[in-house]
Ligand binder design. Structure first.
Ligand code: ADP
Length: 500
């Protein structure tokens, strides 16, 4: 049985709310935005057909308010909720409450979310399939001495991980046995304070690891396909900043094998919707299952670019109960896509958030450039949420072309008022290790120091002219719309970085 979705509420904010709404508009589905008091003027609020304020700025009082959100749906005769990523997207209780309220949750079943929400639960669920896993303890550690023996068997360094961990948090590397007890205590107390669950387990620390993940789509009729991989190894604090598809190093055989494993992982939890199966790949290209993310990923656009599949549209069809119409053997990789995450962070200062007002904000444009963002010039970046300003995605016939377009697009991007990860990403794009494809998750610690940003090029005449033109345009607008109060003095964002 299929149920047509006519009106959809996006329980999220910023770029992902806009991204979902754009597809809804293309599909003729009406949209409802929710927003906190800090986001009153956000583009996602203006873009939606209807918008409702759900509370004060802290997300616990607004974007995470299940009852309030469901109430809005009832009042506005909404049929379905898309949770985006973050916030309530991987909250099984939320998915259950949505279902119990007679609404459609655009995502997997609460049972699948629950099963994959725990790293140990996920490993147990897939254990009957032939899926390679990093050597380690299969259960939560209750006997520390036994765990030490396992650690000695698999060999140091090892990683202690929180079963409920996420977002790169709740992991501790143990280099040698003498450090074991101390790191264990820290890991458990961190797991309790951050996730309310002290279960931890051990994994072999894969040296020279690459993070490669497979996008899957499953319908409610048992059909599951994969849409190839995304390489996400350039990370800071175990969090991704640069992603690409396809990976520069996978062979067609390994790709097919990882795809098969990812489909099996999805099958193991009766998965439907869009999901991502994460693997760690070592320098010999052995791959191991890490975990499954039961939602749309931040980096999903690179997959959309190389496959031509709108993942949000597929999520909506699946939620309506329609069978997948895409067949695995019809899918092929066309070209190459790279994404960088533009965060309001200071790469010269340990990537600490640098929120403030976007005095200048001019997006790059042109062939092969996609910008998914949720800000306009003059807006302030709220301190309450993730400081990501935008995702910049470029697409080319080859990896080289996508990278060249990325450098061009980064140079066109004009942001002043906050420090951003743009100069860092430009450094990555030009780096020989990235260019050659021979890099791993240690890229940042191995190659990056704030000094390398000093070596970045000056603004060209063109950039300076563009900045000036943007400023002049802004001055012509009625004052209420304009937030740029002074002539942007920086010659370029690179120069400004150095001056500050
Ligand atoms: P999270 O849920 O916090 O994202 P993951 O298990 O997905 O945690 O791991 C996040 C990152 O940590 C990976 O992308 C990788 O860089 C690193 N990592 C995880 N497990 C290992 C491992 N066994 N060996 C080496 N690095 C690892």
């Amino acid at each position: 049985m299929t149920t047509a979705i006519r009106k959809l509420l996006v329980a999220n904010r910023g770029e992902i709310a806009l991204r979902v709404m754009r597809t809804c508009r293309e599909m003729g589905i009406r949209t409802v935005a929710i927003y906190s008091e800090a986001d009153r003027l956000s583009p996602h609020v203006r873009y939606a057909d209807e918008a409702v304020c759900v509370g004060p700025p802290p997300s616990s009082e607004s974007y995470l308010q299940t009852d309030v959100i469901i109430d809005v749906c009832k009042k506005l005769a909404v049929d379905a909720i898309h949770p985006g990523y973050g916030f309530l997207s991987e909250n099984a209780n939320f998915a259950r409450a949505v279902r119990e309220a007679g609404l459609i949750f655009v995502g997997p079943s609460p049972e699948a979310i629950e099963m994959m929400g725990s790293k140990l639960g996920a490993k147990a669920a897939v254990s009957t399939y032939n899926i390679p896993m990093v050597p380690g303890t299969p259960d939560a550690i209750s006997d520390r001495e036994a765990a030490k023996r396992t650690a000695a068997e698999i060999g140091y360094p090892i990683l202690i991980k929180a079963s409920a961990g996420g977002g790169g948090k709740g992991m501790r590397i143990v280099q040698m046995e003498q450090e074991f007890d101390e790191q264990m205590e820290r890991a458990v107390s961190e797991a309790i304070s951050s996730f309310g669950d002290g279960s931890v387990f051990i994994e072999k620390y894969v040296t020279s690891p690459r993070h490669v993940e497979i996008q899957v789509l499953g319908d409610q009729h048992g059909n599951i396909i994969h849409l190839f991989e995304r390489e996400c190894s350039v990370q800071r604090r175990h969090q991704k900043v640069v992603e690409e598809a396809p990976s520069a190093v996978l062979t067609p055989e390994i790709r097919a094998e990882m795809g098969r494993c990812a489909v099996d992982v999805a099958r193991a939890c009766g998965y439907y919707g869009a999901g991502t199966v994460e693997f760690i790949v070592d320098d010999q290209l052995n791959f191991y299952f890490l975990e499954m993310n039961t939602r749309l990923q931040v980096e999903h656009p690179v997959t959309e670019q190389i496959t031509g599949v709108d993942l949000v549209k597929q999520m909506i069809y699946i939620a309506e109960g329609k069978p997948l119409t895409i067949k695995q053997d019809e899918l092929e990789i066309k070209g190459h896509a790279v994404e960088i995450r533009v965060y309001a962070e200071d790469p010269a200062n340990n990537f600490l958030p640098d929120v403030g007002t976007l005095h200048t904000y001019v997006r790059p444009q042109g062939n092969g450039v996609r910008v998914d963002d949720g800000f306009e010039q003059g807006m302030a970046i709220p301190i309450y949420y993730d400081p990501m300003i935008a995702k910049l995605i470029t697409y080319g016939a080859t990896r080289e072309e996508a990278i060249e377009k990325m450098i061009r697009a980064i140079d066109e991007y004009q942001i002043s008022g906050v420090q951003t990860t743009l100069p860092f990403c430009r450094f990555v794009m030009e780096h020989e290790a990235f260019r050659s494809g021979q890099f791993d998750t240690h890229f940042v610690q191995r190659y990056f120091t704030p000094q390398v940003l000093q070596a970045q090029p000056d603004a060209t005449e063109t950039q300076l002219a563009a900045t000036l033109a943007a400023w002049l345009l802004d001055q012509r607008k009625p004052k209420a719309e304009s937030a740029a109060t002074s002539l942007p003095v920086q010659r370029s964002k690179w120069k400004e970085n150095r001056l500050r």
